[in-house]
Design a protein around this ligand. Structure first.
Ligand code: URA
Length: 437
């Protein structure tokens, strides 16, 4: 057996004492952890040392490359449409929020301009929903595609939303599961390298990041969200991926729905030229960035929502994966409406509490192996900034398990804050745009 180049104890001590990890140390660490030479307790200690001491730009870049090299890399450079025209690829990643259904209208919208959109997505864990869980509310729709099916659908339809294969950055999968149970998720270098290793391995030409900031996001304040966005944009740019980020508000849920089937329904409204204005605004802003990155500028993106082009792509994308775009979506068996306790301006509808309520009602899962209820969730009737009267409906809670209602009602009541005109909240959705430094 060949001797190991380093020891885990040496690597942990270097980082614990504030030192810099060399490229060789990082390559060895990720490889040795994947091979099982570094034990889980040693990797936990190293994660905690990174959590407290951080990593510099060079270390984060090496750490990301080492995770990419732990698995396969996809290559879309030869992707062409059926007539043989080479297609540019563009992708979006959100750091996760409540009611964040943007991928659903966005992928077909961007594809309607002739750019290929491979959206490799995940399932939800905790209070944020998962794109695949939402789409699985559509009868017949399949999340799992082989690489051949993915390429073929990209070539013919132009848009795919499917499960990321297990071959992409497997070291990250192992590491993320460990971080989840050792309270080391909220570290900017670890989040940035985790997300970007998967996105770079996925092989897209352009990447637009939607970095959420606020109560329902990983990053609760703007300066941390900005640092995360800058770190990810630099990683993408250094790896040759055209990357920009938008910093967007996640103090309140996006749109009027948080759940699975109800978020699909809202996305279809957007694709039909309607839907809540915040969902439309963010979908259009991200589409403009994705298209610009792929070289398409000065196009009227909203027009493709209003004239049916994006809807046609949606229908083709859903059908190609076995779904029936005309099928009736599942409806929850029970509902309960929470009303305003007083008259005044709705100052707050806390995203975290609404996300937890939707999760409690059955829209999300506590463990990876749990299933979700397609019809469960929270439907909002008003958004912050609105004037409400006492007794006016604020939110309707939907579930198949009525025993969950009591706890969810408490959460929604806690989410609501009503006050006076003078305290009207800042309603900006897009806070900033970050490009490479
Ligand atoms: N999403 C990821 O993929 N990784 C993280 O570390 C956090 C969010």
């Amino acid at each position: 057996m060949a001797a190991e180049k380093f020891s885990a104890v040496e690597v942990i001590r270097t980082k614990r004492d504030g030192g810099e990890l060399s490229a060789e140390m990082i390559d060895w660490t990720i490889d040795a952890y994947t091979r099982g030479v570094i034990a889980e307790e040693q990797m936990s200690a190293l994660n905690m040392a990174i959590f407290f001491q951080g990593m510099n730009r060079t270390e984060i870049s090496h750490w990301t490359s080492a995770m990419i090299n732990s698995g396969e890399r996809m290559d879309f450079s030869a992707l062409a449409d059926p007539a043989g025209k080479i297609l540019a690829t563009t992708d979006k990643h959100s750091t996760g929020g409540v009611g964040d259904k943007i991928t659903l209208p966005l992928a077909p919208l961007v594809a309607s301009f002739g750019v290929a959109v491979p959206q490799l997505s995940g399932r939800g864990l905790g209070h944020t929903g998962g794109t695949l869980d939402k789409l699985e509310a559509i009868p017949g729709w399949r999340a799992e595609l082989s690489n051949d099916q993915l390429f073929s659908q990209l070539s013919t339809v132009g848009a795919v939303i499917c499960a990321a294969g297990t071959g992409l950055a497997p070291a990250d999968k192992k590491l993320y599961a460990l971080r989840d149970v050792t309270s080391t998720v909220e570290s900017i270098p670890l989040i940035a390298s985790s997300i970007m290793s998967k996105k770079i391995a996925e092989g897209t030409g352009t990447l637009v990041l939607d970095v959420k900031v606020g109560s329902g996001a990983f990053m609760k304040n703007e300066s941390n969200a900005r640092e995360l966005a800058e770190t990810m944009v630099n990683l993408g740019t250094d790896a040759g991926v055209n990357t920009v980020a938008l910093l967007t508000n996640m103090d309140t849920p996006l749109g009027l729905t948080a759940g699975n089937a109800i978020e699909v329904e809202e996305s279809v409204e957007v694709l039909a030229g309607g839907g809540p204005e915040d969902v439309v605004e963010l979908t259009v802003a991200l589409a403009v960035e994705m298209l610009a990155g792929a070289g398409i500028k000065d196009v009227d993106v909203r027009a493709a929502l209003n004239d049916g082009r994006a809807m046609d792509k949606w229908r083709a994308m859903i059908s190609a994966q076995g779904g029936d775009p005309d099928a009736k979506l599942p409806v929850a068996k029970e509902s309960h409406t929470v009303v305003a306790p007083a008259e005044g301006v709705l100052l707050k509808l806390d995203a975290m509490d609404i996300g937890l309520a939707a999760w409690t009602l059955g829209a999300g899962r506590a463990r990876k192996e749990d299933s979700v209820q397609a019809g469960a969730g929270v439907r909002l009737h008003v958004k912050p900034g609105a004037l409400v009267r006492r007794g006016e409906p604020i939110a309707t809670l939907l579930t198949d398990t009525p025993e969950k209602l009591e706890r969810a009602i408490e959460l929604v009541q806690r989410a609501v804050m009503i006050g006076s005109e003078a305290d009207r909240p800042d309603m900006r959705l897009i806070l900033d745009r970050i490009s490479a430094s």
